[in-house]
Design a protein around this ligand. Structure first.
Ligand SMILES: *[C@@H]1O[C@H](CO)[C@@H](O)[C@H](O)[C@H]1NC(C)=O
Ligand SMILES: *[C@@H]1O[C@H](CO)[C@@H](O)[C@H](O)[C@H]1NC(C)=O
Ligand SMILES: *[C@@H]1O[C@H](CO)[C@@H](O)[C@H](O)[C@H]1NC(C)=O
Ligand SMILES: *[C@@H]1O[C@H](CO)[C@@H](O)[C@H](O)[C@H]1NC(C)=O
Ligand SMILES: *[C@@H]1O[C@H](CO)[C@@H](O)[C@H](O)[C@H]1NC(C)=O
Ligand SMILES: *[C@@H]1O[C@H](CO)[C@@H](O)[C@H](O)[C@H]1NC(C)=O
Ligand SMILES: *[C@@H]1O[C@H](CO)[C@@H](O)[C@H](O)[C@H]1NC(C)=O
Ligand SMILES: *[C@@H]1O[C@H](CO)[C@@H](O)[C@H](O)[C@H]1NC(C)=O
Ligand SMILES: *[C@@H]1O[C@H](CO)[C@@H](O)[C@H](O)[C@H]1NC(C)=O
Ligand SMILES: *[C@@H]1O[C@H](CO)[C@@H](O)[C@H](O)[C@H]1NC(C)=O
Ligand SMILES: *[C@@H]1O[C@H](CO)[C@@H](O)[C@H](O)[C@H]1NC(C)=O
Ligand SMILES: *[C@@H]1O[C@H](CO)[C@@H](O)[C@H](O)[C@H]1NC(C)=O
Length: 527
């Protein structure tokens, strides 16, 4: 396609675009406010333990669709996502050595249909860890069950995990999901169970696991891989434990915490007033949500342990239809992940589960949910493309402050030089409904940038994250590619009816501009 010459500032000014007076300055070299070099596997995933056999399959029936989707990200980024298996159901699970099925559970349907509250696990569960080549995992152990059954579950499953995750399949360790909600969510701990009690219990159980590891897979300890994601606090509503006090209580005293792990959701799926436009497609709301972690991370910096989000997604309660499963939520996912990356959150695990409304994909066919790639996945793909190959420790990212709820920009630097820009236009544009004051044609926002005249930046290639509107749940593409299951089981397939291959020439004055339709994103590659 023919490159579009940038409109000159005067034309834009005459067209009423105030930005023309005030182009967004771009630093051609890494600015001071950029992140540290990004860590490997920045975009990672978390899968609900109960749903893991659906996502991964087993040795006789591996789930190759999930594998293809995960590999797409690995191929773009130079390293595969790390897969954490956990969530609420890890603390509801008891081991039964005689059970033939991987998992069996009893639901409490008046509370949720999404997962059972009581689960038994058989040895075949561990087959699911062996279906995807070249992936590494974190298995979530049960901290909550503090009785003999809980004790036996640890004693019997540690050796099985050692065997299933031999070699490079083991990433890190974890015990306990959101223990800061144990007192408020189903009375799972007495009132006297405070941060120090939690820390003592966590230490005693991780010491027990270490003894079991010494017997079953001592090489893990020898190779320095007996390291945890902890404390996995929800830090949301109902939280009764303070993370600083947990560390004051001795949580890190065995020096076995690799990452301070906290969870994050922007809000809840049934919280009154939560909307796509105001809650998710709102940069300010994302900034507020992540900034809580930045404050916490600053308080804990004396520990010298990197801070990550080991479980995150849009709305807790497994998401809401019409919000978390829409293209608007995919755009939110891009903004959320890039803002995290730019501000020092070292890794984000996007949480998944069968039938979950916020899931990036549905791994199996179910009565009410079609097996397939869902809108949020396109956000994961976009983030991977923005970050590029991060396996060489030479990529940094900076948030460009546009002082707007609805427009955001990020600049990526590779080996100190400007390499890519990510842009999001987050104004809601519905295409299925035309309820109120929505313009007849989809409006654009013009972003005008300026690099220094001597920067050598001459030409820019564009990839777009696109759909018919923020309410689209299908027909989504990144750079003209679809990853839909129906096409090639999740492998990328080029769509011939989507515009791609755009390029922009940079003016002599260092100015260039790009139009983004409302509710869309773009990645600009600097040549
Ligand atoms: C393996 O997965 C297949 C397909 O879901 C299922 O029919 C089979 O029972 C599973 N095997 C075990 C041991 O769970
Ligand atoms: C759900 O049902 C159980 C009994 O089946 C009952 O004990 C419990 O109170 C109910 N919970 C809610 C939230 O309705
Ligand atoms: C589920 O309920 C059945 C019937 O009450 C019981 O036998 C079984 O042990 C329960 N399973 C779990 C995992 O709680
Ligand atoms: C958990 O079990 C241990 C060992 O039996 C006990 O000392 C501790 O008090 C228990 N914790 C709670 C909260 O009951
Ligand atoms: C965006 O979120 C912020 C912070 O939660 C809120 O103050 C603001 O009103 C929201 N903007 C819109 C347009 O809803
Ligand atoms: C599917 O949806 C229908 C209608 O909402 C509901 O009655 C049914 O229970 C759902 N099935 C499952 C398996 O969730
Ligand atoms: C990147 O950094 C990690 C951890 O600091 C190190 O293990 C790895 O070898 C580095 N990779 C390269 C290509 O320098
Ligand atoms: C970071 O620095 C760049 C270059 O100086 C600037 O354009 C950008 O707005 C800054 N970001 C923030 C969040 O202040
Ligand atoms: C878009 O659709 C949502 C959900 O139907 C509705 O709440 C919202 O008002 C619509 N927005 C516009 C601008 O029409
Ligand atoms: C949506 O409503 C606006 C305002 O009533 C109207 O101008 C526009 O033509 C409608 N758009 C569509 C696609 O129907
Ligand atoms: C938005 O930009 C595209 C591409 O530059 C252009 O074709 C379209 O007419 C613009 N739409 C509006 C409403 O300005
Ligand atoms: C492109 O073509 C596909 C397959 O025919 C169709 O499903 C999709 O809606 C089209 N997209 C657009 C934006 O026209």
């Amino acid at each position: 396609m023919k490159p579009t010459r940038f409109l000159n500032s005067l034309t834009l000014l005459l067209a009423g675009n105030a930005r023309a007076l005030n182009p967004i300055p771009l630093s051609p070299q890494t600015p001071h406010n950029a992140s540290d070099a990004l860590l490997r596997s920045f975009v990672s995933f978390s899968i609900e333990l109960w749903s893991f056999p659906d996502f991964a399959g087993n040795l006789s029936a591996p789930n190759t669709f999930s594998y293809d989707l995960l590999r797409n990200i690995g191929e773009i980024r130079g390293d595969n996502p790390i897969i954490r298996i956990g969530g609420n159901t890890m603390d509801f699970t008891i081991f039964d050595p005689n059970q033939r099925e991987a998992l069996k559970g009893n639901y409490t349907l008046n509370i949720t249909r999404d997962y059972p509250f009581s689960i038994s696990m058989g040895p075949s569960f561990f087959e699911s860890y062996q279906t995807w080549d070249n992936f590494s995992f974190i298995h979530g152990f049960n901290l909550e069950s503090n009785d003999t059954k809980g004790y036996h579950t640890l004693v019997e499953t540690v050796p099985l995990m050692c065997k299933a995750l031999k070699g490079n399949r083991l990433a890190y360790w974890q015990i306990g999901n959101e223990p800061d909600l144990f007192k408020t969510f189903f009375d799972r701990r007495p009132a006297w169970w405070d941060e120090e009690q939690f820390a003592r219990e966590w230490l005693s159980k991780t010491r027990l696991i270490k003894e079991l590891v010494r017997n079953s897979c001592p090489e893990v300890i020898e190779n320095g891989k007996y390291m945890f994601y902890a404390p996995a606090f929800a830090a949301g509503p109902g939280n009764t434990l303070n993370i600083s006090k947990a560390f004051d209580g001795g949580l890190a005293e065995d020096d076995n915490i690799a990452f301070i792990d906290m969870h994050n959701y922007i809000s809840g799926s049934t919280v009154p007033g939560v909307t796509l436009a105001n809650t998710l497609m709102n940069h300010t709301s994302t900034v507020h949500s992540v900034n809580k972690h930045l404050n916490q991370s600053a308080h804990l910096s004396y520990l010298g342990i990197p801070y990550i989000l080991g479980e995150a997604n849009s709305l807790y309660g497994q998401g809401a239809s019409g919000l978390s499963n829409s293209f608007g939520a995919a755009l939110w996912g891009v903004d959320f992940n890039l803002y995290c990356a730019a501000t020092g959150i070292r890794r984000v695990h996007m949480h998944q589960g069968t039938n979950y409304r916020y899931a990036s994909w549905q791994p199996v066919q179910r009565a009410n949910v079609t097996k397939g790639t869902k809108a949020p996945y396109y956000g994961n793909i976009a983030v991977a493309n923005v970050l590029g190959d991060i396996s060489r420790n030479n990529t940094r990212i900076s948030n460009i402050d546009l002082a707007s709820d609805h427009e955001t920009a990020y600049a990526v630097y590779v080996d100190g030089k400007l390499a890519r820009i990510a842009l999001l236009q987050l104004s809601q544009y519905n295409y299925t409904s035309n309820t109120t004051n929505q313009p007849a044609t989809r409006p654009n926002s013009t972003f005008i940038f300026q690099v220094p005249q001597d920067s050598g930046v001459k030409k820019i290639f564009v990839q777009r994250l696109m759909a018919n509107g923020s309410d689209a749940i299908s027909g989504i593409t990144f750079d003209g590619y679809s990853y839909n299951y129906e096409l090639d089981e999740g492998k990328p397939v080029l769509q011939n009816n989507i515009t791609r291959g755009e390029s922009i020439l940079v003016g002599e004055d260092g100015l260039f501009d790009i139009d983004l339709p409302w509710s869309s994103g773009a990645v600009l590659h600097i040549n």
